[in-house]
Design a protein around this ligand. Structure first.
Ligand SMILES: C[S@@+](CC[C@H](N)C(=O)[O-])C[C@H]1O[C@@H](n2cnc3c(N)ncnc32)[C@H](O)[C@@H]1O
Length: 416
């Protein structure tokens, strides 16, 4: 098909620094990925685009009572970890990646430091016993994403601009896997809809979901299935398959899946080490189980999967058809816990919360493996699990979203 005119005007030149803009030193990254420094007045500055140890000239974007949000307009003394961001879309304002200015190996240590810092206050307050934070495995550094979500700008797939609701049509995406990037480049969509592009990288299946509208509204490369909100609401189903650690998984249009198969395998490796060897009498509960990823690949006998989403539960029933699994469609907080030996809990960004922790503890599991994708929620959950009689023995930070500030943390806890 004719991809039409190139949507990529040259990047806007960076604004000229002005002498009135403050110069500050930053010393660390904090949850959310900004770098923390102080203005001469002592006010905290959260600076986008800076790295620990750097001296930068900043432009204030937003004032708060005790802090400001700011961006770098000039790097005066650069960190040895600083690199030129390779993606041209970033220079045009794409907000998809916010850590491309750090070398990939440095990104992992920076993320581990964010997690250590987030835990330090709990340790000082005696709410959590210190455990060294280890740097764990990572997804492939480029072309790893098998799902991207965005909007439409002038008929083309678009990401949000940095910290903005404005959309920016992109000609390519360096972190999207090739089969996804092809749809970003060549797909045409109606303005005003949200678009999700998904692919099974090991199976070649591709699926585009328009949150509103109908499948006929989109033009996509050959072999890509499109489903619209109109069809999904009318009860039509659509899915693709992916393979992780040799296991084939069905993933429905609206079911959660990790950043891609390399990220899923990095996570499975870490969780497998945390769970340890399962004996034939050991029971595993895979809470917030999604399509049954951990229950399917960890090799547990008679696993219990608890998941709230109907689409994911339907997938888990298919994916675990030969595993004698108990699949419960329920919120974890409303589930009546069964006794198990090991819990793997992988909640959404908000974490387990008080009721989730109560459900985990009520299983009586000797070992809990908690997967957290938000450092602040992780701290709260670890404090509550500690208060419920668990002790963390290992904390590993994974990089499943290279070039972004997102962290994934696998914590192993034992009942003491
Ligand atoms: C981060 S995903 C993890 C899914 C799965 N473990 C995986 O790795 O593919 C979180 C999952 O929890 C589900 N979920 C969110 N809140 C829930 C709740 N309160 N109870 C049960 N499941 C929930 C979501 O639908 C999603 O499938």
């Amino acid at each position: 098909m004719d991809p039409g005119p190139d949507p990529t005007p040259p990047p806007e030149p960076p604004p000229e620094p002005t002498p009135t803009e403050p110069v500050i030193s930053v010393d660390r990254l904090v949850v959310g990925g900004a770098a923390l420094g102080h203005e001469d007045s002592g006010r905290v500055a959260l600076v986008r685009g800076a790295l620990p140890g750097e001296t930068v000239r900043i432009r204030v974007l937003r004032e708060r009572p005790r802090s400001v949000d700011a961006e770098v307009v000039e790097v005066i003394a650069a960190s040895p970890d600083r690199v030129e961001p390779p993606c041209p879309e970033l220079a045009r304002g794409c907000g998809g990646c916010d850590l491309q200015h750090a070398a990939p190996a440095a990104q992992r240590s920076l993320k581990a430091a964010i997690v250590s810092d987030a835990l330090a206050r709990s340790v000082r307050a005696g709410r959590f016993d210190a455990v060294p934070v280890e740097v764990g495995p990572a997804a492939d550094p480029w072309g790893y994403r098998s799902t991207v979500r965005g909007g439409v700008d002038g008929g083309r797939f678009a990401f949000h601009r940095h910290h903005s609701d404005d959309l920016l049509a992109v000609a390519d995406c360096a972190v999207a896997a090739d089969p996804v990037a092809e749809v970003i480049r060549d797909g045409r969509f109606p303005d005003g809809v949200d678009v999700t592009i998904r692919a099974g990288l090991r199976t070649g299946e591709r699926l585009v979901i328009l949150d509103t509208g109908a499948a006929q509204d989109a033009v996509v490369p050959d072999g890509v299935r499109v489903i619209g909100g109109v069809e999904l609401s009318a009860g039509q189903r659509a899915w693709f398959h992916e393979e992780v650690a040799g296991v084939r998984l069905r993933i429905s249009a609206r079911s959660f899946f990790q950043s891609g198969p390399s990220g899923a395998e990095a996570l499975v490796d870490s969780v497998r080490r945390a769970v340890g060897t399962l004996g034939s009498s050991d029971r595993l509960a895979d809470l917030y189980g999604g399509v049954g990823l951990f229950a399917a690949v960890l090799g547990a006998e008679r696993p219990i999967v608890v998941e709230r989403s109907a689409a994911s539960v339907a997938d888990a029933r298919v994916n675990l058809a030969d595993r004698d699994a108990t699949i419960v469609r329920s919120a974890v907080e409303r589930w009546r816990p069964s006794p198990v030996n090991v819990v793997v809990a992988d909640p959404a960004r908000s974490g387990l919360g008080r009721d989730g922790v109560r459900a985990v503890a009520a299983t009586g599991a000797g070992r809990v493996v908690l997967i957290s994708c938000d450092a602040a929620a992780m701290v709260r959950d670890l404090e509550m699990l500690t208060a419920s009689g668990y002790r963390a023995t290992r904390i590993e930070v994974l990089d499943l979203f290279p070039h972004t500030h997102h962290v994934e943390v696998v914590s192993t806890l034992e009942l003491v």
